[in-house]
Design a protein around this ligand. Structure first.
Ligand code: SR1
Ligand code: MG
Length: 423
């Protein structure tokens, strides 16, 4: 499409540089001098533009050779755009309609031009605003089950799965970000960490001295790095989901890697628990967001139950890979053996999922990359109690995950924490 030498786009150069592309002419408008371009990227890594013309609009997402959040001192390879493109194409096949349509991928320029989702908003933003989206629990539960089951040895032909494993194994630098930022940095005084200070200092010191927690965090990191079960989205939080009341779309899989089935589910559910604890920082008066709180906990239950039911459905209908073969179970007249194996697999996903959720909560409050749920609570004296409650839940999930048996039990813990008066 363009020259092979990477150059970052700008609002000024974009029409000229992309205006010759036939696909974009058809989607946006034939005369690129009439395109209007707005830079809207507010994420940690990339440039994102909305380009509008007389025929329509598109999103142009371009990787930069460094971490945007930190600057050029932290180089990051452009190839993350390649992994995002390949992850999007696989997710589109595995759960059609749930990711944006891709119009153009240019590997040398590290850019993906894709469908402009409108009037969608980022789910995290909608939850901060107190919006109750009716579909997300079900849509996201289905998405997780379909993409994670169909990307694994439960479903794929082994040659295809191993080729994919090799392809995504090169997403080293983005895995390295997760390995450090999620699993290690929060638990010591890493240079880029920050937290609400001085309010959180005592609990942060306790968590960093907590032997059981640190061991669990490293066991979870071990799972992350060694359990290459399926193609994970890799960064599935509420900032990676766009919504309307009628539609849910998942975006931004540049962290895609082969990892545990439980990883995406845990990261996602953690972000609903964080949203829950942040509501006190956003409500107009105490209790004004009680309906929202109940909605968030119900959504977590819907998401997990939908995931579990769809995973079980796919297990019974699409288990064509090398694992738990029907030839050993159903075809030998022993369908109960397949059900027994399914229960064991789901139970393992459950216990890992809780651990990943706990660690995700901690890193969003103690590490480099915080989330807007808490960050938009301007008054630190109001923000700190919200964060403290979330940190306590995170510790409970990570350390006690082998002994937690239901979301009902967690709901009780969450609601009890919410009522705690903190000095
Ligand atoms: C340096 S990147 C920090 C975080 O932003 C991304 O969205 C991922 O969540 C990553 O951990
Ligand atoms: Mg992202």
């Amino acid at each position: 499409m363009e020259s092979q030498v990477f150059a970052a786009l700008s609002v000024e150069t974009l029409p000229d540089r992309l205006g010759g592309n036939a696909v974009l002419k058809a989607k946006i408008g034939a005369d690129s001098s009439h395109w209007s371009v707005k830079e809207v990227g507010d994420g940690n890594l990339n440039l994102v533009f909305i380009v509008t013309g007389d025929r329509g609009a598109a999103i142009v997402k371009q990787a930069l050779p460094y971490v945007r959040l930190v600057g050029e001192s932290w180089p990051l390879p452009l190839k993350r755009s390649f992994f995002e493109y390949h992850a999007l194409t696989r997710q589109a096949a595995r759960d059609p309609g749930m990711v944006p349509e891709i119009y153009v991928f240019d590997e040398a320029q590290a850019l993906i031009v894709m469908e402009y989702l409108t009037p969608h908003v980022i789910l995290r933003r909608a939850l901060i605003d107190g919006r109750e989206l009716p579909r997300i629990g079900r849509d996201l539960g289905l998405f997780a089950a379909r993409t994670l089951f169909r990307g694994s040895d439960l479903s794929m032909a082994t040659r295809e799965k191993k080729a994919d494993l090799a392809l995504f194994a090169d997403n080293v630098e983005l895995c390295d970000i997760t390995e450090n930022l999620v699993f290690s940095d929060p638990y010591f005084e890493a240079a880029l960490n920050r937290h609400t200070t001085p309010q959180l200092d005592p609990i942060v010191a306790d968590l960093r001295a907590d032997r059981d927690l640190k061991v669990e965090a490293q066991r979870l990191k071990h799972l992350f790095s060694a359990k290459a079960e399926t193609l994970c989205h890799g960064d599935l939080h509420t900032g990676s989901v766009m919504v309307t009341d009628d539609e849910t779309r998942v975006i931004d899989p540049e962290f895609a890697f082969y990892g545990p089935i439980s990883f995406d589910v845990g990261m996602l559910i953690a972000n609903f628990w964080m949203s829950y604890f942040s509501q006190a920082g956003h409500e107009a008066a105490p209790g004004a967001r009680d309906g929202m709180r109940a909605y968030l906990l119900d959504t977590i239950e819907t998401l997990w139950e939908t995931f579990r039911a769809e995973f079980a459905h796919l297990w019974r209908t699409e288990r064509k890979g090398i694992l738990y073969q029907a030839s050993l179970f159903e075809d030998r007249g022993d369908p109960l053996a397949a059900e027994q194996a399914l229960a064991i697999v789901i139970d393992e996903i459950w216990r890992e999922m809780l651990g990943f959720a706990g660690i995700e909560i901690h890193r969003r409050i103690l590490g480099l990359a915080h989330n807007a749920d808490f960050e938009t609570i301007a008054d630190p004296d109001r923000r700190a109690p919200c964060e403290t409650k979330a940190l306590k839940l995170g510790r409970h999930l990570a350390v006690n995950r082998q002994r937690i048996h239901s979301l009902r039990d967690i709901r009780e813990t969450v609601e009890r924490l919410e009522k705690e008066i903190l000095a």
